[in-house]
Ligand binder design. Sequence first.
Ligand SMILES: *Cc1c(COP(=O)(O)O)cnc(C)c1O
Length: 390
Amino acid sequence: MARETLNSFAQQKLDDLEAKSLRRRFVDTDRLGPALAGRNGKTLISFCCNDYLNLSYHPEVIQAAQDATARYGVGSGASRLVTGNHPLFRQLEQRLATLKQAEDCIIFGSGYLANSGIIPTLVGPKDLIFIDELAHACLFSGSQLSGARHFVFRHNDMGHLEDLLKAHRETGGHALILTDGVFSMDGDLAPVEALAALAKAYDAWLMTDDAHGIGVLGEGRGSSFVGGRKIDVPLQMGTLSKAIGGYGGYLCADQPVIDLMRTRARTVIYSTGLPPAIIAAALKALDVIEANPEFAASPLKKANRFTQALGLANAQSPIVPIVMGDADVTLAASALLESEGFLVTAIRPPTVPAGTARLRFTFTAEHRDEDIDRLAALVKEKILIKRAAE
Ligand SMILES: *Cc1c(COP(=O)(O)O)cnc(C)c1O
């Protein structure tokens, strides 16, 4: 009986999603090269991978992972507080702290686990959170877990944030301001400098999620360093799962904050340490990035080749969205590009707000100019012109 109600509950949910073109499915996708995907027996050029520097395929990065596996084994065996703290963690944390010009750093199992652990460690029910409406889902998850009262400000709207701070800051204990440094589905940057100024003025702690900034912006240092100087962000969070080419999350901050995470962040304490291979790979990836700032800047250049070909505003990051509106129109556009040999996944609600389903293009160091040009021409002729005519 209970099994039947369980299954019919799930089936009903699925049917509802299907009817709105919002059901998602895994599609087996082979990696055939840095920017090549194999799907349904076809080779596609992928413009939807966050491996911006293609480091997941870098021979030295792969070698480092293999060597670490041979030396330390596949899994880390336990939480880092028990026996899972192999010596590579310390090295990587120091490297990341140096890159971000912070006192210290702590690695988490993933970016999602980082945000789920950091936020409840810093604020609780008596405190306040101010969060950008387009911030990543895991910043909202962490906020909910914390039990803090939270106020959502309009995307990048500093006037709105200040209004909320004015109205509510005094009603709570501590206050945390949360934003993406680079917005994952829009590719635009947060006004980090203005955020830092408001945070100071209202005694709030600023945390940026730099998942899409590290490795590719500010000479690889991320969104707090765009424009060549450091903006004072006391909580710099990010992931190793995108431009770093592997997996994992991190927080860079001052010593007491990191020490507090080591002893209180639940997603560190109660979750197994990352596999040694992934830490060794990240160390090697940072070597590659630091040795070659021009390489780190190349995905943004490629993105701008695309925006220029289409007469769009300059890209601020390697992410370029083209908002289509309806989910089914977006799915059709994605299918059309796939039939022409390009993989560009349709992004639909609830990942993005209702009515803003979009194609999201990501550009990587290894994309060839001629492929970008062919993609831009296709988008222009078969998608944008057609849409304008409707
Ligand atoms: C991808 C992403 C995350 C999650 O990081 P994972 O390491 O993939 O768990 C967090 N925040 C933002 C902004 C992201 O884009």
